[in-house]
Design a protein around this ligand. Structure first.
Ligand SMILES: Nc1ncnc2c1ncn2[C@@H]1O[C@H](COP(=O)(O)OP(=O)(O)OP(=O)(O)O)[C@@H](O)[C@H]1O
Ligand SMILES: [Mg+2]
Length: 393
């Protein structure tokens, strides 16, 4: 079965370098690997210092890379829909719509990336797909897209298919705007099916896991914390945190030693924010990570003797359980005293927890920012904190 690893994190933290290093190490181990860049500002080609195309390009033994390009995707795979949209636009006075224009429609780049993943998984084309993504906000939109699209397609197009059939029979000839043909609806239905299938692929920890890349800096950590919450909310499994650019200690240089102390303090915040989730570390290098040699060095520092595709966890470390009245956050915290004192409070959208010497802080999703803690219980290695949803529902 293909394994998908998604690397994401704040802008500039090292996602591309780490995704490229993972993909190269995986190929060297003998896995047929695809490094897939879904960031429209592609930079995997800079990492490997070679050109990478919009279709899988072989760049090393067992290693292919692809920098997704919406226009190529529309031309390759989306004929029916693009024809319809072109037809629709031309009828309202916009003639000669090209895939270039379609490419700017909201969500087109997400769809292009997601359809590729679906195809590769169904065809079993690769042993692994390593995804280098755009900074967190865009990637969260990409990853939640199948869910939202499914909702939209279900409500809009299913109803419309039958309404349109009737409309076409009665008024199709006099209407200026061409009504979609059955072909178009068939392609919508196909797309709806794709979204369901993609959603299943992305939320199945047997196939897909996320590794969050972070630097030991406060502002980076806050964004990563929030990304972690939303990924959990969308049902993704975050299996590891990659802490990149860790500075050496006692360099003898005052400037660097002060910076290193600051990093050390921020490491504690990382521990509290991500609890027992596995941590991978990469040092700060004195050079940029460009070319095979530096990528191999980075992979060795990250994984030591581990397999780069090792699954660190298939468990979601936090779950959101919603009922009409309550939302419960269930947090996996193994190995603590069942009878220990639990302390939980919210401050500035952050849920702070202390159980004995164990500390954890979780960024609450915006929808819960005003909720109040009702109860906290520790049972079967899970801390369950329920919140009153107030009069929202
Ligand atoms: N551990 C490191 N030590 C030194 N330089 C690094 C390290 N990690 C990344 N870099 C360098 O930092 C720059 C940004 O890294 P990279 O492009 O991998 O980040 P990114 O998270 O993908 O950025 P973006 O959000 O723009 O996609 C690159 O020049 C890269 O070579
Ligand atoms: Mg990048």
């Amino acid at each position: 079965m293909t394994r998908i690893i998604i690397y994401t994190g704040k802008g500039g933290v090292g996602k591309t370098s780490i995704a490229s290093a993972t993909a190269l190490a995986s190929a060297i181990k003998g896995y047929k690997t695809l490094l897939l860049s879904t960031d429209s500002a592609h930079s995997t080609s800079d990492s490997f210092d070679t050109s990478i195309g919009p279709r899988p390009t072989k760049i090393y033994k067992n290693l292919w890379a692809q920098e997704i390009d919406v226009i190529t995707e529309i031309e390759d795979n989306w004929k029916d829909l693009s024809n319809y949209l072109a037809m629709l636009f031309s009828s309202i006075g916009l003639s000669d719509v090209k895939s270039k224009e379609l490419a700017i429609l909201p969500g087109m780049d997400f769809v292009a990336a997601l359809f590729n993943i679906n195809r590769y998984i169904k065809n079993n084309d690769f042993d692994t797909i390593i995804m280098d993504t755009a900074p967190t906000a865009d990637t969260l939109r990409l990853l939640s897209f199948p869910n939202i699209a499914e909702w939209y397609f279900k409500r809009f197009f299913y109803v419309n298919k039958y309404a349109t059939k009737v409309a076409r029979a009665t008024m199709g000839k006099v209407m200026k705007t061409p009504l979609p043909t059955d072909n178009v609806f068939d392609s919508f239905e196909e797309i709806y099916g794709y979204f369901q299938s993609i959603q299943n692929i992305l939320t199945d920890p047997e196939i897909t896991t996320v590794r969050l890349v972070v630097n030991p800096e406060k502002m980076v950590i806050s964004e990563t914390q929030r990304a972690f919450t939303y990924l959990s909310l969308y049902d993704f499994t975050v299996e590891a945190i990659v802490i990149n650019r860790v500075m050496p200690s006692n360099t003898g240089n005052n400037f660097f030693d002060i910076k290193q102390k600051e990093q050390e303090n921020n490491m504690k915040i990382i521990e509290e924010s991500f609890g027992d989730i596995y941590k991978l570390y990469a040092p700060m290098y004195s050079h940029e990570i460009i070319g095979l040699d530096y990528l191999i060095k980075l992979a060795n520092d990250l994984f030591k003797n581990d397999d780069p595709l090792k699954v660190y966890s298939k468990e979601k470390s936090i779950h959101f359980i919603e009922t009409k009245k309550n939302t419960t956050i269930s947090i996996l915290i193994p190995f603590i005293d069942e009878n220990g004192v639990i302390e939980a409070y919210i401050s500035h959208d952050i849920l702070h927890i202390r159980v004995g010497s164990y500390r954890r802080s979780i960024a609450l999703p915006l929808s819960m920012a005003k909720s109040k803690i009702k109860e906290a219980k520790y049972k079967n290695q899970h801390l369950n904190i329920s919140f009153d949803n107030g009069d929202k529902k």
